[in-house]
Design a protein around this ligand. Structure first.
Ligand code: NIG
Ligand code: FE
Length: 421
């Protein structure tokens, strides 16, 4: 007697399961296992099998999805976003054209601080509605799990408001969200001359955030004119003591030693890393800290020097990729575009890129056991692409290649389209 299950995907041209017992380090990111002519079975929101054609022989399904030779992969994981914010910053584009830099705009009270003003002024309802719009777009590009940071409040009420909105968003739309408290994102104007007191006030919020389960991680912007390495060390140590996983916006613009700090504190991830030193890279390889690279931000800031992904991979670092979606330095929800920029500017291979946006990204947000892999027992989160092969996605850039997105066994995005490649 065949076993009855909910759904079987047949005629999968290429299947990437990304099966792995941990994040892929360094050169092993090149080892991509591709199953040609594959099938996937799904029952009660979970994967039953994901294998070569023939595995479906013992099963009957209520619904058959004919993939007609398409590529199928796990749902993508975007491990670094700032998606809950008020307002927008299109006016900064012209300032940039006049040669005013990102850090100069911030020093003049613009940049992050202008979004802080708008986020403080926005109601919870407004932030929720806006968050829904961004998440809907992220989902349409194939992202089924994402991280979201606070950090546009920089005061108690607004930081908590952002985190509560993120929690409601997690509960009310398909993308699973992991929250990070980033009260240490900038120094607000009212505390301009007392950064340490400001940090203490943000640290005071940790017990409440923990009690309400509003965030799993704490993050800080370690950068010239924002927080120093020693301020960051003090802040992150306290956050670790309070039970938070650690993340750092490290060496984004100036090389301050953020990568070394991340390794020293055994942070789960260090993000940006454009200016990371050789020692920092080596130490991250040894500590197992995942490098979350954000080449869309380098691109959007108009810089010509990108993070040294090749050196990181050669050194054995576990590399991941994210959009950094935010209203200032990376206004895009499109992780497929990031995959293309990673190929062109980080010189990552398609095989490395797929690890970076699935299994490694999931481990970068503490979700390695739940997301980023398509295997028996896992939630049925997957993407059916308008392409026949995995190399095609980073290659044909700037457009959306999603055919269908499945979250927990349900098709949540359906876009008509053929098959390329
Ligand atoms: O990751 N670097 C700091 N934070 C964000 C940008 C936030 C903003 O400009 O609003 C980033 O690039
Ligand atoms: Fe960021």
């Amino acid at each position: 007697m065949p076993k009855q299950i909910d759904t079987i995907l047949i005629n999968i041209g290429q299947l990437l399961t990304m099966e792995s017992s941990g994040p892929h380090a360094g050169k092993s990111m090149q080892d991509l296992h591709v199953i040609e002519d594959a099938v996937v079975g799904i029952h009660e929101q979970k994967i039953v099998f994901a294998e070569k054609k023939g595995a479906e022989a013992d099963y009957e399904a209520d619904e058959i999805i004919d993939c007609s030779g398409r590529l199928v992969t796990p749902g993508l994981v975007d491990p670094h976003t700032h998606l809950v914010f008020g307002g927008s910053r299109e006016k900064e584009m012209n300032l940039k054209l006049q040669g005013i830099s990102y850090l100069e705009i911030l020093a003049q009270g613009g940049g992050i601080l202008s979004t802080v003003k708008d986020t403080r002024a926005a109601s919870e309802e407004e932030l929720l509605q806006k968050g829904h719009l961004h998440l809907k777009r992220m989902l349409s590009y194939g992202t089924t799990t994402a991280e979201v940071k606070s950090g546009y409040g920089l005061d108690k009420d607004t930081e908590l408001k952002q985190l509560r909105v993120a929690k409601q968003l997690h509960e009310s739309q398909p993308i699973d969200l992991v929250s990070t408290f980033m009260g240490a994102h900038a120094i607000p104007p009212e505390d301009k001359d007392r950064p340490d007191e400001f940090l203490d006030r943000m640290l005071d919020l940790l017990p409440e955030i923990k009690a309400e389960e509003l965030a799993a991680f704490a993050d800080i912007f370690t950068e010239t004119g924002v927080f120093t390495v020693s301020q960051s060390r003090r802040y992150l140590k306290k956050a670790a003591e309070a039970g938070f996983g650690l993340k750092i916006h490290a060496d984004e613009i100036d090389p301050l030693g953020g990568a070394e700090l991340a390794a020293e504190l055994r942070a789960v991830s260090a993000d940006h890393l454009v200016g990371a030193s050789n020692e920092g890279i080596q130490q991250m390889a040894e500590s197992g800290t995942i490098a979350v690279l954000l080449p869309g931000t380098t691109f959007y800031l108009g810089k010509h020097t990108y993070a040294r992904a090749r050196d990181m991979i050669d050194a054995g670092v576990r590399v991941s990729l994210a959009t950094d979606f935010n209203p200032g330095s990376s206004p895009t929800e499109n992780i497929q575009l990031i995959m293309s920029i990673a190929a062109l500017h980080l010189r990552m291979t398609a095989e490395e890129i797929w690890h970076a946006v699935t299994v490694n990204a999931a481990y970068a947000i503490g979700k390695g056991d739940e997301a980023g892999q398509l295997k028996a027992g896992r939630s049925a989160d997957l993407v059916i692409w308008q392409a026949s092969n995995y190399m095609y996605i980073p290659y044909h850039y700037g457009v959306n290649h999603v055919h269908q997105v499945m979250k927990n066994g349900t098709i949540v995005v359906n876009r008509e389209g053929g098959i390329h490649g």
